[in-house]
Write a protein that binds this ligand. Structure first.
Ligand SMILES: [Zn+2]
Length: 214
């Protein structure tokens, strides 16, 4: 059985998800955005208190608010960064991203995609499978992670409750995003719960019916 904990981290109110198999206690962090010592401690305390073993570090895309905690995770848990290599340029330019948003870039290292996640790749988490869906448009390498068995999809910044990701940042493309959502996300079962990169969770059926952008 899949369990999920949502942390809201950093000045961008980014959702950092921790997903784990309740039986094996193997866990995956999706978009670690912890920004300061208190947020790093909160995350580490939760891992220890719940007896979890972190086995995957996945980024839905490499915008700064979704990667701020990557260095902490790689250093503390000895994990490789798994993401789509279409965002490699964003990973290399984390300091420029920080300066663009008026944030201090000193603590940031360039980020390399060490495991390239591509369309239909499967991430194993205990007894659960997560399928990689390529949903470019918010960024070239944006992906979603779909767990059919649990009926959930982590959508990154592609699809939000009643909204979609912005496409005015470098590498963004509005048409591409609309098409990717239509091709990759809307065909999922309507009851699938969507866990987005910001804001509240929703369902595919609700977004198909009520999202003004789709
Ligand atoms: Zn983003």
């Amino acid at each position: 059985m899949l369990e999920i904990k949502t942390f809201v981290f950093n000045p961008f109110d980014e959702n950092t998800y921790l997903a784990w198999d309740a039986e094996t206690r193997e866990a995956m962090v999706i978009d670690p955005g912890m920004y300061n010592a208190a947020e790093r401690q909160e995350f580490d305390d939760f891992i220890h208190a719940n007896g979890l073993t972190l086995t995957h570090l996945v980024n839905t895309h490499l915008h700064l608010d979704h990667t701020w905690g990557n260095d902490h995770i790689t250093d503390t848990y000895n994990l490789k960064t798994e993401a789509n290599s279409g965002d490699s340029m964003l990973g290399a330019r984390r300091r420029e991203q920080a300066q663009m948003f008026g944030m201090n870039p000193d603590a940031l290292r360039p980020l390399n995609v060490e495991v390239d996640l591509r369309q239909d790749d499967v991430i194993k988490l205990g007894t659960l499978d997560f399928t990689v869906l390529h949903v470019p448009g918010h960024s070239p390498g944006s992906i979603a992670l779909y767990c059919k068995e649990a009926g959930v999809v982590f959508s990154g910044d592609s699809l939000f409750e009643r909204s979609i990701g912005r496409t005015d940042l470098p590498g963004g493309d509005y048409r591409q995003l609309i098409n990717a959502i239509a091709d990759q996300l809307l065909p999922l079962p309507g009851e699938t719960v969507v866990y987005p990169g910001h804001g509240r969770s929703t369902t595919i059926a609700d977004e198909a019916a009520f999202n003004p952008y789709l």
